[in-house]
Each structure stands twice: as C-alpha cells, then as structure tokens.
Design a protein around this ligand. Structure first.
Ligand code: PNW
Length: 487
C-alpha cells in the first residue's frame, strides 16, 4: 500500500498522470513482480520423476523364462522399424538396473516410473507366474527404495504377450481383458507391499489406433473403424478390471489410475468463449477412453459420430470401466488441437495446423508449452479430479556428442523450460498437478523409430552401453533442487 502511494506521489512529482500511461517506474515495477511469480516455484512435496518402459530399455528378451511379446514379433517384420533395430538388447537395463538407478539418484528424482513386462511374469499371458520374472521387479523395486526413490509402476506399456495375440487376437477379445485383470491382481499381490502407485495402461490413444487401425505399431493390423472402436472399448474395460484387481489384491491405500496421452486441446486465443470451447473439445476428443472412464458413459456426440461403427457394450461393462480412480496420469508432449468457439455441433472448431508450425526433431512433437497449463486445468475441471500427474513429457533431440565428449542439448532445455514454466503457472493457480515424470531417463528404443530418436536426459552409446549426462540432466537437477521452473 505504502509502495503504491509513494509511486503515485513519484508520478506526480515527475509530472506523469498516476491514472494514465504507466510511468517508467511502474514499468520497472512490473519486472520484479513477474520475477517473484516465477521464483514461487512448485508446491512443496511436488513429485519429480523420470520414466521408461520395459520393452524400450530392458533387453534380455530371452532370459529367465520371459515369453515373446508382440513387439518382439513386430520388430522382426522387415521395414516396420525405421533403422531396422529392435529391443533385443536396448539399454540392457535388465542387467544394468543398478547403474541406471544411480543415474536417477544423481538427478535428485524422488520417483521413477517403469513398466512391468507382462511376458516376463506370464510367458504365455496367463497361467502360473514365472518366479524369475517377479524376482527382477523385486530387485528393481528394492534398489529404488534403497536409493530413496519411489517406484511408480505401469502395468501395460504395449508389450502384450504374443501368445494372447495368437490365441485371442490380442485386444480384439475381452478374453485378453480378463487375463489382464488376473495379471494385474498378481502384480498387486506381490509388489504393492512396496509400490504405492500403479498406472494401468499406457496410452490407449496410441496403441489402439496405431497398432490395430493403421498398422504402424505392433501388432501391425489395419482393421475397420468398428473394430478399432471395439478394441478401444476393450482397452477401457481392461483398465477398469485392473483398477478393481488392484483394489481387491493390493495393499490397502494403493493408488491407481490411467496414464493416457490425452488429446491435448487448448484455446487458440485466451478468451472466455474459446476457453469454454477448449473445455468441450477436451471432453469430446477424449470421449472414447478418458471420458468414458471418468464419466461412465460415451458422449452423445461420440456415439453419433461413430454411428453404426460405435462399440457394443453392456451397462455392467460401463460400471467396470468407470471404477473410481485415485489420480489421472496425463502424457502431454504436443498440442493436438487448437480450438475456437463455434455454433456448430458440440460447440468447438479445431483449427488446421499450419505446415510452418514449429516442432522438435520428431515431426509430431509440435512446440506448445501452454498445453501443460490448459490441459491439466481443463481436465481437473471437467473430471473433478484432485490429483493429476504428468506421467510423460519430454522431447527427442539430435544430441550430437561434441569433441569434448559432452552433449549440449540446449534445444531440449528450451523445450523443458517453456513447458515447465506453464506447468508451474497451473500449480500456482491451484490446478491439482501433484507430480511430473520426464520422458525419458535415458535414450532408448523409440518404437517405430528404433534407436534413431533420442529422448533421454542421459545419452546412450548403444554399442558400448556407456551413459553420458546431457546438459539437460544438469538443467533438470537444478529444477528439482530449486523446485522451480524459472531456472
Ligand atoms: C509415448 N504422438 O509415445 C510413449 O508412451 C513412449 O513409450 C514413447 O517413447 C514416448 O511417448 C515418446 O514418443 C508417443 O505421435 C508416441 O503423438 C507418439 C505420440 C504420442 C506419444
């Protein structure tokens, strides 16, 4: 207050109107205020983590009784993987996990998101669990805890047992959903004495369409739209069965939720009409998975749009699908839809994306930092959740090793700095984002791109398996240490 008075007085003395154009002093004042906001940082207890997945890092595909997964088969099909590589060795994390956990600790991360390879536990998908498979995850979890790192476990990160694909057509059949429930029960029974947080399926939005619709991911099928819609429905059912299995077989208090690459909608311009349109868009564009999980029904617009190709289901299935979750995990990399208000249809219009829209060194990785502000904010409002985790965010980069042996990935730092600033803006407004998992701890097998796209904070030489911290590892360590984005 006294500051205001003195400023006004100063303006008078300086012959400037207090109510008119800002005085030079007022303009100077604006700076510390903005800086103070940035310096505020994230809430206390914010969970900082990194993430990987089993097929992308483990290797050791034929060891200790692991069965084949659909990705083992798919990567064998000529032409499917851009550089002809596969996950046979990947990062040899199955053997080097201790070294890798030391890397997580060096970052100061308090959490690590990894996935269990279903075919390690059940080589044929079902039957009796393979004790050696369980042993590996016991060792991994114990080592994490020994280093003060909370294990966050994903049940399904795309490595479906090949046997289930052969016997039931994979996710085409609800048999696979039931068996997934049994597998989830086994994981819950054996591991939730130490694992407190479980993600169900990673990115239904990706593996259903890319795996069964356009043949780009395993199992490489190109099925008609009605079948793809049915498979998406089955994936939601599998999620619901896993939630129930964790509740029934896990330690009391174990938290469970999805990890979905939500179709990220944001207002093209921040006006009340466009924000409302983005809210409607977020619900509708995610109607086939997240919304049915959170609301227990498909939206009218979704069913109308699908028409005769809509999934077939029972009320009992909708009940299972919408079993209450403890948190929402959102994988957010790039804006999918910038929207404006419209009086057509459900009330929004997604805008075409110009060819010149900037992106990182993966074409799909468009740079839209504000998605980390809008998407959690609108998601929390639509689905009334009080716990959101950013279960993945990060970028690929060229990551050349310079003659001094270092990797100066200032492009990744630019990306992270901008996205994290927007996430911080959301938490400062009270949006209930509780944690953030950076994808990825280290370069790894990037699906159809093979080893050619590097997402890691640590560079990996896949011939020697040497891990080298990139400059972004120091950046992230600093963010975590200060609990703030503006660093
Ligand atoms: C996610 N897109 O995949 C996966 O969960 C990770 O396994 C993967 O390594 C990571 O993101 C980086 O790609 C996605 O085209 C792949 O929008 C592609 C898209 C989204 C997510």
């Amino acid at each position: 207050m006294s500051d205001k008075v003195s400023r006004r007085q100063f303006a008078k003395i300086a012959g400037l109107s207090a109510a008119g154009v800002a005085s030079p002093l007022e303009m100077a004042d604006a700076k510390p205020a903005a800086a103070a906001r940035n310096a505020g940082g994230f809430p206390a207890g914010f969970v900082w983590g990194t993430a990987t997945s089993s097929y992308q890092v483990e290797g050791a595909v034929n060891e200790d009784g692991r069965g084949a997964s659909i990705w083992d088969s798919f990567t064998r099909i000529p032409g499917k993987i851009e550089d002809g590589t596969n996950g046979d060795r990947a990062n040899e994390h199955y053997h080097r996990y201790k070294e890798d956990i030391a890397l997580i600790r060096e970052l100061g991360c308090k959490a690590y998101r990894f996935s269990v390879a279903w075919p390690r536990l059940f080589p044929d998908g079902d039957g009796k669990p393979n004790p050696k498979g369980l042993d590996f995850y016991n060792r991994l979890i114990d080592e994490l805890l020994k280093n003060g790192i909370e294990p966050w476990l994903t049940l399904y990160h795309w490595d479906l047992p090949q046997s289930l694909q052969d016997r039931f057509g994979g996710w085409r059949s609800t048999e696979t959903c039931k068996i997934f429930g049994d597998y989830a029960a086994c994981v819950a029974e054996h591991l939730t004495d130490r694992v407190k947080n479980v993600f169900t399926l990673n990115e239904s939005g990706r593996f259903v369409y890319f795996g069964y619709g356009i043949g780009i991911d395993a199992p490489g099928l190109t099925l008609p739209r009605a079948e793809v819609n049915q498979i998406r429905h089955n994936s939601a059912l599998a999620h619901g069965l896993a939630v129930q299995a964790v509740r029934a077989h896990g330690r009391r208090g174990t938290k469970v939720g999805p990890a979905e690459n939500i179709d990220a909608c944001a207002p093209a311009i921040d006006t009340p009409e466009n924000v409302r349109a983005a809210e409607i868009a977020l619900r509708e564009m995610n109607a086939g998975y997240l919304n049915v999980i959170m609301e227990g029904r498909y939206t009218d617009a979704f069913l109308k749009f699908a028409g005769r190709d809509a999934p077939k289901y029972t009320d009992a299935e909708l009940k299972i699908i919408s079993s209450p979750v403890d948190f929402l995990g959102l994988n957010i990399y790039a804006p999918q839809n910038y929207v404006v208000a419209s009086d057509q249809g459900p009330g929004f219009m997604p805008l075409p994306i110009p060819k010149s829209f900037p992106h990182m060194n993966s074409d799909w990785l468009r740079i839209g930092p504000e998605t980390l502000y809008w998407v959690p904010k609108l998601a929390a409002k639509i689905w009334k959740t009080d716990a959101i985790y950013i279960s993945e965010n990060g970028t690929s980069g060229e990551d050349q090793v310079t003659p001094d042996g270092k990797i100066y990935d200032t492009d990744r730092i630019m990306y992270l700095r901008n996205y994290l600033a927007q996430l911080q803006r959301a938490t400062e407004e009270g949006v209930p984002v509780r944690g953030y998992f950076l994808w990825s701890l280290m370069d790894n097998f990037e699906w159809v791109f093979g080893l050619g796209k590097r997402f890691g904070l640590y560079h990996v030489n896949f011939d020697t398996q040497v891990r080298t911290p990139k400059l972004s590892a120091s950046f992230y360590r600093n963010v975590i240490a200060k609990n703030a984005a503006g660093v």
